[in-house]
Design a protein around this ligand. Structure first.
Ligand code: 5GP
Length: 193
């Protein structure tokens, strides 16, 4: 019998919107079915991050070499750093029937929609600009300059929300997660395929 292919979920939204938390909740609840796509980045690790777990942290030169080798499904420069989704890793999971969730920025997502038109795209929105700014500042892991850069990127990102198949407003985490789970099950439950 042929192995059923996994489903690729693409998750975007401005920094500080809570998409990382929502993704983690989904990964925890459906451990045996869905895996995180681990990206490569030129950004420095944040405290608590480990190489190969959150990201593969690589130099800019390595990143450029990998672009030249066509190793990425998509890549983008975001807030002064490069981020890319390794192609072979994602393909091999999907072929094994494992669902994959890729948390990527909007520039990368647009490339992904071209290359993987069957992907299920979900955009996470903040309830308001003020809430987003408060959450970003509350995180306090970044310099003021980086926070301002991320806020202006957030404004740009929000204008792309309509290009996604689904949008979720993260006002209350529990409700936002229920919505994410409903979308996940809609595409992965046998009866709905
Ligand atoms: P952070 O530096 O906070 O971990 O991530 C910053 C942004 O980069 C987030 O919006 C995240 O979604 C995006 N990002 C992470 N990995 C990738 C990737 O592989 N490709 C693209 N295009 N964006 C990514």
């Amino acid at each position: 019998m042929q192995q059923k292919r996994g489903v690729l979920f693409v998750l975007s939204g401005p920094s500080g919107v809570g998409k990382g938390t929502l993704k983690k909740m989904l990964l925890d609840e459906f451990k045996d079915q869905v895996l995180d796509s681990i990206s490569a980045t030129t950004r420095k690790p944040r405290e608590g991050e480990e190489p190969g777990r959150e990201y593969f942290f690589i130099s800019r030169q390595d990143f450029l070499d990998r672009i030249a080798n066509n190793d990425f499904l998509e890549y983008a420069e975001f807030s002064g750093n490069m981020y890319g989704t390794p192609k072979s890793y994602v393909y091999s999971l999907l072929e094994q029937g494992i669902n994959v969730i890729a948390e990527i920025d909007v520039q990368g997502a647009l490339q992904m929609f071209e290359r993987m038109p069957d992907c299920v795209s979900i955009f996470i929105q903040p309830p308001s600009h003020e809430v987003l700014e408060a959450r970003l500042r509350g995180r306090a892991t970044e310099s003021e300059e980086k926070i301002v850069q991320r806020l202006s990127a957030a404004e740009r990102e929000l204008s792309y929300a309509m290009k996604y198949r689904h949008r979720i407003v993260n006002n209350e985490l529990k409700l936002a997660y229920e919505e994410l789970k409903r979308i996940y099950l809609q595409y992965t439950t046998e009866a709905n395929k």
